[in-house]
Design a protein around this ligand. Structure first.
Ligand code: ADP
Length: 268
């Protein structure tokens, strides 16, 4: 059986680093999955995801062994530009992905760069999916942080990738806008058949939207489980300072929310 994504025995060390950040990582992801990657700060979540769009090992030419296959082809055999059409990545510092002064121009940038004749239709369709059609003529400086995040997502959607990775989608959003972005990801998953991979600390969204959870610990896959099973591993999650929804709900109900850290971000 061919998996859409297959990470096989990958060990990776950044150039100049003293030790590998990923150790013998093995993971498969199927078409149409909705995966949440959890783990403490520095556990290797972003690094593992950068294997999938080829940044590693093409751009970060550290010490890499093992192989990563996307749609059956090794990432080392792809050109990074070709891989971008399979795997779209909205980075944690998504504002740096915005390259044009106006919204529609930015959404057109990637398909135009790839010489796709229907770049404008693609961009308009992507803006429609994320709900930014009315702002297509706006300048970037007129957008809120949440709208910029949606634009970064639209700009990768304009290449129509099969796999969408988004690093901390709700980090800068209030709860209503956070739900909006997850609803868009759910539509991309359920209606458009996209595979979604989120790097996330907020387990309430993981519980409501993800199908499976991959927990990383110090650069290894600690578990890879269906979401319900994963969020029931309360002791393990707490050990990684990840607070499953039942714990935050219980804390809220008993007025003990102050006993949890103010930020639910994982940390070592
Ligand atoms: P996470 O996403 O789980 O917070 P990262 O994958 O960002 O973890 O980082 C894992 C480890 O790799 C950290 O110790 C981090 O400092 C290190 N690291 C990340 N990016 C680089 C880089 N470009 N060069 C050297 N070390 C890096």
């Amino acid at each position: 059986m061919t998996h859409q994504i297959e990470i096989k025995d990958v060990t990776f060390q950044y150039p100049g680093a003293e030790e590998p950040v990923l150790h013998n990582v093995n993971l498969t992801i199927e078409e149409g999955d909705f995966v949440a990657v959890l783990g403490g700060n520095g556990s290797g979540k972003s690094t593992m995801c950068k294997l999938l769009n080829g940044l590693i090992p093409h751009y970060y030419v550290g010490d890499f062994s093992g192989e990563v296959l996307v749609d059956g082809l090794k990432t080392t055999d792809y050109k990074v530009a070709d891989l971008s059409r399979h795997v779209g990545y909205v980075y944690q510092d998504f504002e740096n992905q915005i390259v044009s002064p106006r919204v529609l121009e930015d959404a057109c940038f990637a398909p135009l760069h790839y010489g796709l004749a229907d770049y404008r239709e693609r961009a308009l369709h992507a803006l429609d999916i994320v709900g930014l059609t009315d702002l297509q003529d706006s300048f970037i400086w007129q957008l809120s942080g949440g709208q910029k995040h949606l634009l970064a997502l639209a700009s990768i959607l304009s290449l129509n990738p099969d796999i969408i990775i988004i690093d901390e989608p709700v980090a800068q959003l209030d709860p209503r806008h956070a739900k909006d972005i997850y609803d868009i990801l759910a539509e991309l998953n359920q209606v458009h058949g996209k595979t979604i991979i989120v790097i996330e600390h907020h387990t309430e969204f993981v519980a409501s939207y993800a199908k499976k959870v991959v927990l990383l610990e110090k650069g290894t896959v600690h578990f890879d489980l269906p979401v319900e099973e994963a969020l029931n591993q309360v002791e393990t999650l707490l050990k990684h300072q990840i607070y499953p929804p039942q714990v935050t709900q219980a804390a809220n109900l008993t007025g003990m929310q102050d006993t949890l850290p103010v930020t639910l971000d994982g940390c070592d």
